[in-house]
Design a protein. Structure first.
Length: 452
């Protein structure tokens, strides 16, 4: 009986199918897995095992222990560009695509990714999905930092930073999947950018490749008004278009899914596709509120996401899990549209279901990987605690995260990274910003002059 870490907590939110809540409770970690979880009355043998094993105690009577957050849609290398050229119309095509063409290269991707992962880890995220260019560099950074992830190599119908020819991302994705398939932390996949930047034949090709390799497919879906108008005119909706070409199934992780009707929701439910709901970035872009409460009510796999550091700016899931139910209550006109318990589920095991990783992460259960966040609730922002779910959703802030384990490895201790040098990460970002600043200024000038 081995115990490397023993987590004690005033409340343990397991997020399992039976909604087990232990107050107080404990979690025993052996190697990379959860060895036991339960009420404090059953802890004694594991405390003895911890002492015999030379293990470590985490948490305490004021701690909340929960699964680490699962962030279902990001572009982590874009931390390099956070805050650049904000509040522009048509920002993606007029600014972001040109900026990426000028500035994105492997060193930037690797260093900016590690910087972004530091923010995610320190705020309690243990698993994330990402789509970008040079995704092998993102994988290297994630492996070094110790984060669990589903990573997709981006495919577009124009020349990209890591592909000289249109659709060169398909070959990149195939190579990436071949190199990383079977890794303990990094799950590789395809990531066609969107239905309006990847045509039908290429999408079908990608789906065939994903079927052969047995991977997920990450894609922006029904995100923009122009995309919605195009496919509503041709097929009735973006969802109906994807269904018509055979690209709406259980492999799809559909980010955003804003422009949908009830028929679309029924098609998504039938297909088995999952939704990565991005409430903050959608709002920042001035888009409608996605009907996420309807997805949940229909039984569609639903996860939450920050989107990238340019789209939503903050990479902490606390702000997302708090905003999600508030906007759904506003959309539905009902305070009960999404409960705090349901919101936290979407931010943890619901996200793991969307990414196809619920068998190993997202909830605190014996045999699952030890992906755990330990939260300090003895704080001005969190105390007192009457409802652990409500505290986790509406009160918790990033600074309340005390300890984070991923795969049984302690990556954050006392709020400090144990897997990387925080000073070095900040220095790397300062160097990136120095290289990017002049190009971003030029783009601003071109935008003001009407050249882009």
């Amino acid at each position: 009986m081995n115990c490397d870490f023993l987590v004690e907590a005033g409340g343990v939110l397991t997020m399992d199918a039976e909604w087990h809540l232990y107050e107080p409770g404990f979690i025993a970690v052996s190697g990379s897995r959860i060895a036991a979880v339960g009420p404090a009355s059953e802890e004694a043998p594991w405390r003895a095992a911890m002492r015999q094993s030379g293990g470590r105690m985490l948490g305490g009577p004021d701690a909340l222990a929960m699964p680490g957050f699962v962030n279902t849609h990001t572009h982590v290398p874009m931390a390099a560009f956070r805050g650049a050229c904000e509040d522009m119309e048509d920002r993606l095509t007029r600014f972001l695509f040109p900026m990426e063409a000028r500035l994105v290269e492997p060193d930037l991707v690797r260093k900016a990714s590690a910087f972004c992962m530091a923010e995610m880890l320190k705020s309690g995220t243990t698993c994330f999905a990402d789509m970008y260019y040079y995704e092998d560099e993102v994988a290297k950074a994630a492996k070094a930092m110790g984060l669990r992830c589903l990573l997709g190599e981006t495919v577009v119908n124009f020349a990209a930073p890591d592909a000289a020819e249109p659709y060169g991302g398909i070959a990149n994705a195939e190579r990436f999947i071949g190199e990383w398939k079977g890794d303990a932390l990094v799950s590789p996949c395809y990531a066609p950018h969107a239905p309006y930047t990847v045509e039908a034949d290429a999408l079908k090709n990608i789906w065939e490749g994903a079927s052969r390799a047995d991977t997920k497919v990450l894609m922006h879906v029904a995100e923009s008004d122009k995309e919605n108008a195009r496919f509503r005119a041709s097929n009735g909706s973006v969802i109906k278009y994807l269904e018509s070409i055979g690209c709406l199934d259980e492999r799809l992780v559909a980010a955003h899914a804003i422009y949908v009707d009830d028929d679309d929701i029924a098609l998504i439910k039938k297909s088995g596709a999952g939704i990565a709901h991005c409430p903050a970035s959608n709002a920042k872009s001035g888009r409608p509120v996605a009907p996420a409460y309807k997805y949940s009510a229909a039984g569609i796999p639903l996860g939450l996401a920050t989107d990238g550091p340019v789209s939503g700016n903050g990479m902490d899931m606390q702000s997302i899990v708090s905003l999600y139910p508030k906007l759904q209550k506003l959309l539905s006109g009902s305070r009960s549209a999404v409960s705090s318990r349901e919101a936290l589920r979407a931010a943890t095991v619901g996200g793991a279901e969307v990414l196809g990783l619920a068998g190993i992460t997202g909830s605190l259960e014996k045999g699952k990987r030890a992906d755990i966040a330990v939260i300090n609730t003895d704080d001005f922002s969190a105390a007192p605690v009457y409802d652990w779910y409500a505290t986790a959703v509406y009160a918790m802030k990033p600074h309340n995260v005390a300890s984070v384990l991923v795969d049984g490895r302690l990556l954050v201790d006392g709020g400090r990274l144990q897997c990387a040098d925080e000073t070095a990460l900040r220095q790397d970002m300062r160097g990136i910003a120095a290289r990017c600043r002049s190009e971003i200024a030029k783009l601003n000038e071109e935008y003001r002059a009407g050249k882009i």
